[in-house]
Design a protein around this ligand. Structure first.
Ligand SMILES: [Zn+2]
Length: 224
């Protein structure tokens, strides 16, 4: 059983991380930066020993998901440069709940694809949005932009994260990632390295990415 493991030494995932002992700067296996979890998981696999894993380290949970996409992970710690930010999973769960509520307001008689979003400001306010379709199609607005425009029109400019849920039925069945237009709108108003996009199926089933991961090498105001 692996409890409390963290991302590999020399990664940006956890500035306090080490691998095996503090004298090693890093360990690589076949050129891959390797955590203690990875070494021990490979060894367990070699011996045929089943593994139970419990860790909230964001970078490590991403590595674990690459090894086995069926593993459910909940991120509780995220490395940012020289610091680690603790995240209470309930904050994310509440934001997803708000997005699920927002989805009930979806006006989508043409596509029938209902989307809800909940945008969290840095001072803790939540703005909901849903997709709003139109018979002329092009005036249609996505849930994410509805939430952003509501917040911006109320004077908000500091955003922490957005939760997005979408699908056809009463309950979302798959992940609905923001479209390219919405990613570009987020790029205008958010720090792409820290702003988080949470795409969810339910309160406890979600994938969290930074905007930079969804829009790499994006064009923003700093380019002009
Ligand atoms: Zn969109």
């Amino acid at each position: 059983m692996f409890i409390g493991y963290h991302s590999p030494a020399s990664s940006e995932g956890n500035p306090l991380s080490h691998t095996m002992n503090l004298r090693n700067q890093y360990v690589k296996i076949n050129g891959i930066l390797t955590s203690e979890f990875y070494i021990n998981a490979l060894y367990a696999s070699y011996l045929g020993v089943p593994v139970a894993f419990l860790s909230g380290d964001k970078a490590l949970t991403e590595t674990v998901k690459e090894l086995n996409s069926n593993v459910t992970t909940v991120v509780t710690k995220e490395g940012r440069h020289g610091a680690v930010v603790s995240k209470h999973p309930n904050v994310t769960n509440e934001l997803i709940k708000e997005a699920l509520e927002a989805r009930k307001m979806s006006y989508s008689p043409y596509s029938k694809y209902k989307v809800g979003a909940a945008l969290l400001t840095k001072d803790g306010k939540v703005y909901r949005g849903c997709n709003i379709e139109n018979a002329a199609y092009t005036p249609t607005n996505c849930a994410e932009r509805t939430a952003f425009f509501k917040a911006l029109s109320e004077g908000e400019h500091d955003f922490e994260s957005i939760a997005v849920v979408g699908g056809y039925g009463d309950i979302p069945e798959g992940y609905a990632y923001p479209c390219g237009v919405c990613r570009q709108v987020m790029m205008e108003f958010c720090d792409s390295k820290t702003f988080k996009v949470i795409t969810a199926i339910s309160e406890n089933e979600y994938i969290e990415k930074t905007l930079e991961e969804l829009l790499p090498l994006g064009f923003g105001s700093s380019n002009l």
